[in-house]
Design a protein around this ligand. Structure first.
Ligand SMILES: *Cc1c(COP(=O)(O)O)cnc(C)c1O
Length: 368
């Protein structure tokens, strides 16, 4: 049996009729920048997240950059985030010329450890970017409390957590901004790049709407600020509109599959399954477990046709592009250990029930 990392062809079959209809209408209209499909998606996406405004942008990376730009964060400012994330989080901060300040993760959740944040706050700290990694929400109660106490902005990196909830609220609706990615393999993926910024603040929404469009959203050819061309494509919005109504079901599938994995893997002493805190809805963008003999397990699974992966093999503070920050081995021990000793097992909404069972049986075989 082969277990792929994702099955986008099977997903396409579920949305084909509506997606094709919408794509055809866009192609026939000849209107490819913003327009009705983007507006409809922004409305539907804001509703899904429970935020007042959503703006479609070109990628998740740009969503983060635009949020930082809207908050006027730049040179001389510090921004706190986690070293255990996709590099884009750090790239966006670095692009503004603000200083990246890392805080180690909690090894149970893989997310930034809120208990370690306050000691990294200085007079220059302007914002915290919590990353809801693998679809598990960060502790937003504690992070928002710290932010309010120190008058900091919060930008949630929700690239892996569309639809995840902390308490009753979806992630992305807590901070000043929530930033989402529609990279094809994300929880809701476009057929190309895409992203969104959500906010409850009308002024900030207007600002992002302008900044994504050369600071000239109404085509007056007067450009007030230095900005970007970072709009969500109309064709991508058409795909996303066709997917939007499926998200809840797909996330329920993910949760069911994760529960399946939990049950199958719990008995293996060399594996530690993800935590499942009460009152939280995590959406398992990845099903990531602590394991012993990681690299051998990874190559064994690959040989058996199982597309397991490592997210991420190198923490941000060891990346060549962030070398100038001067961090050293041992600075963030939990993040460093996670990069060495975790593995992500295939999990996607169209998986068949026999697939997790097959993966678990192969893992059992490896350790026996
Ligand atoms: C995917 C991802 C991003 C960047 O999104 P793109 O759409 O690829 O630019 C940012 N942060 C995290 C945590 C991600 O997983």
């Amino acid at each position: 049996m082969k277990v792929p990392p994702i099955n986008l062809a099977a997903e396409y079959r579920e949305i084909k009729q509506e997606a094709n209809k919408r794509l055809k209408a866009v192609l026939e209209s000849g209107l490819f920048i913003l327009g009705e499909e983007v507006r409809e998606f922004e409305e539907g996406f804001a509703k899904l997240i429970g935020a007042k405004h959503a703006l479609g942008v070109a990628s998740g990376t740009d969503a983060l950059l635009l949020a930082l730009m809207a908050l006027e964060i730049g040179s001389g400012d510090e921004v706190i985030t986690t070293p255990h994330t996709y590099v884009a989080t750090g790239m966006a901060i670095a692009r503004t010329c603000a200083q990246l300040v890392f805080v180690d993760i909690n090894p149970e959740t893989f997310n930034i450890d809120p208990d370690l944040i306050e000691r990294k706050i200085t007079k220059r700290t302007k914002a915290i970017i919590p990353v809801h990694l693998y679809g598990l929400p960060c502790d937003m109660t504690q992070i928002m409390k710290i932010a309010r106490k120190h008058n900091l902005r919060v930008i949630e990196d929700c690239a892996q957590a569309t639809g995840a909830k902390w308490g009753r609220k979806a992630v992305g609706s807590f901070g000043d901004f929530g930033c989402f990615s529609f990279y094809p393999t994300k929880i809701i993926g476009a057929y190309g790049d895409g992203g969104a910024v959500v906010t409850n603040n009308a002024k900030l929404a207007e600002l992002v709407s302008s900044l994504r469009n050369q600071s000239d959203p109404h085509k007056t050819y007067i450009h007030g600020r230095i900005a970007l061309n970072s709009r969500l494509d109309t064709l991508q919005a058409a795909i996303l509109n066709a997917k939007l109504k499926h998200i809840s079901q797909w996330n329920r599938n993910r949760i069911r599959l994760a529960e399946n994995y939990d049950r199958l893997l719990k008995k293996i002493p060399q594996i530690r399954v993800p935590v499942r805190p009460e009152e939280i809805m995590q959406v398992y963008h990845q099903y990531t477990v602590w394991v012993s003999r990681r690299d051998s397990l990874l190559s064994f699974l690959k040989k058996e046709g199982i597309a397991a992966g490592v997210y991420y093999p190198i923490p941000l503070h060891f990346q060549p592009c962030f070398k100038h920050l001067g961090y050293r081995k041992g600075d963030f021990p939990h993040a460093e250990e996670a990069c060495q000793n975790t593995i992500s097992l295939p999990l996607f909404p169209q998986m068949t029930p026999d697939q997790p069972a097959y993966v678990a049986s192969k893992i059992k075989q490896f350790y026996s």
